[in-house]
Design a protein around this ligand. Structure first.
Ligand SMILES: [Zn+2]
Length: 274
């Protein structure tokens, strides 16, 4: 169980191929978006697939209240009240809605939060949506909750996130928010540098490990300095007009990059998993 959760990344690896809708099969719930009030937010759900996508949306709707609560507890409440969620019916449809590009990059991705236009200087994000791949239907309840919460964090933070923000940190923080606080996995070899965006680029196992490291760094910051400090680091390193990473680390953590890596290594060796 634990291994499964730890192997999951935000962009959780999908182990199951989606079942393509049979031609002529009637689509349930396809058409106008379905709106559902969740606390003081509105979940706007669009089903682009058939009954399978509808089932996924039903599960997402059931999990949304907790996901909103978790994101608000970390990030605050100042983010869009409408949350757009799209369930796609085919991998090709997912790729289109997720932003296109080479199909290979979407191969193991369960969901993604995207926007058509972002202007962090004016705190504007237009056309935001969380798009689920058809394969997300095969995820366990716990995995789906993690993916939903992770993507919802991106959704909440989007208007405060620079387009050139260090991606690994945005992913690490999203995973920190989304993952249950379970024991820390063994990391071998121990990190000798901060994670990088290049680490996240490779598909498959390498990407999954890169997400784990980014998550572990975020967890280290929150565990040793408190969640508000992690939020401050996100804003300093990823927000509008952000400084470079080493400057943000210095300003917020009060140490240089080498010092942060050394502290991180020490923290990892102190974890109960060792
Ligand atoms: Zn992400």
């Amino acid at each position: 169980m634990l291994a499964v959760e730890l192997a999951l990344s935000a962009i959780a690896v999908i182990g199951q191929r989606p079942t393509p809708p049979r031609s002529g099969q009637p689509s349930v719930g396809v058409g106008a978006p379905q709106r559902l009030q969740v606390g003081d937010r509105t979940l706007v759900m669009t089903n682009l697939g058939g009954p399978q996508a509808q089932d996924l949306l039903t599960r997402i709707a059931a999990d949304m209240g907790q996901a909103v609560h978790t994101v608000e507890a970390f990030w605050g409440t100042d983010w869009p009240h409408d949350v757009d969620v799209v369930a796609t019916g085919s991998q090709r449809q997912f790729e289109e809605r997720a932003g296109g590009g080479p199909a290979a990059q979407w191969a193991d991705i369960a969901a993604i939060a995207v926007a058509d236009h972002v202007d962090p200087h004016r705190r504007v994000a237009l056309g935001q949506r969380i798009v689920f791949a058809p394969g997300a239907s095969g995820m366990s309840e716990s995995a789906l909750r993690i993916v939903l919460t992770h993507e919802l964090f991106h959704y909440a933070a989007r208007a405060d996130t620079a387009v050139d923000a260090p991606r690994w940190l945005t992913e690490g923080v999203a995973d920190y928010v989304a993952r249950p606080h379970t024991p820390v996995p063994d990391v071998a070899p121990p990190p000798t540098a901060l994670p990088s965006d290049a680490d996240l680029a490779a598909p498959g196992q390498q990407r999954s490990q890169a997400y784990d490291r980014a998550w572990l760094f975020a967890l280290f910051v929150a565990d040793t300095r408190g969640a508000p400090t992690l939020r401050a680091l996100y804003r300093a390193a990823c927000g509008d007009g952000h400084t470079d990473l080493s400057g943000a680390v210095n300003d917020v953590l009060g140490t240089d990059t080498a010092g942060a890596v050394a502290d991180w290594q020490q923290w990892l060796t102190r974890q109960p998993a060792h």
